[in-house]
Design a protein around this ligand. Sequence first.
Ligand code: NAP
Length: 280
Amino acid sequence: MKLIDGKATAAAIRSGLKARTEAFEAKYKRKVGLAVVLIGDDPASRIYVRNKSKACEEAGIRSLNYYLPAETTQREAETLLSALAEDGSVDGILLQLPLPRHLDAKRLLAMIPTEKDVDGFSAENIGKIALNEQGIAACTPRGVMELLKRYEIPVAGKNAVVVGRSNIVGRPMALLLLNADATVTICHSKTRNLREICMQADLLVAAIGKPRFITADMVKEGAVVIDVGVNRIDGALCGDVDFENVKDKASYITPVPGGVGPMTIAMLLESVVEAAERSV
Ligand code: NAP
């Protein structure tokens, strides 16, 4: 079994980005910029935003954080987003979810121009990925593809099984694997014979949100196992894969923490830098 080290891979990507942001600044006399909009006081969101800011700073990206109170009106939020959409020094815009319930999240997300949608959540970016065209892909699935590439794990022609079909992980993950010529099966809560389907997987991606859900009897000998899940049991992080028992069957496996998680933020930073480079 080989452990896929997402932490080290993400660190290598992030230090490479620093050189790109410095070159960008030298040439265009401005920094690459990311705007993050946080509405309300969700404590987890605050931590995410703080971590993103720190990561931006380290990569030479200017991060502009907008903390708006929970009672912000739809009109106020729209005014801010339209200003950011127009602002030439802002290359990427993140609207931190979840939003307070009185706000129309769909409408606000739709105000982010496709080229600044660095989360890759817009219908247009998802559509481009679905059509196998150049678009901004969601950061987590993109991070998985990057790990497979850097570990030289072949994807073309392989049986890939993705468990989970959320818009931010499972669905775009399946599309990226299909674009890389895998034969893809998507499973979800209504799937029958999940174990049998998982057993067919050369490449198994777990994005379910249930601790240690994928057990050793669901994994084929020699499979590549990618664990996207982040769960907490008694305060400790664990993935959607029963790592201890699955690791001896897998040819490659990602740990939690230190696997896919660190790649998500590295891919976000890369998407911002790419958006800046495309904008000039
Ligand atoms: P989500 O929106 O809750 O989606 C979970 C998916 O799992 C759904 O498609 C659901 O099926 C499916 N599912 C639930 N129970 C199942 C079962 N018994 N059998 C088969 N499928 C089942 O979650 P998400 O946002 O995709 O996130 C998934 C996990 O990844 C979470 O642990 C989350 O914390 C983690 N995550 C990690 C990162 C990272 O950076 N590492 C980023 C994002 C998310 P239905 O569609 O039928 O309901």
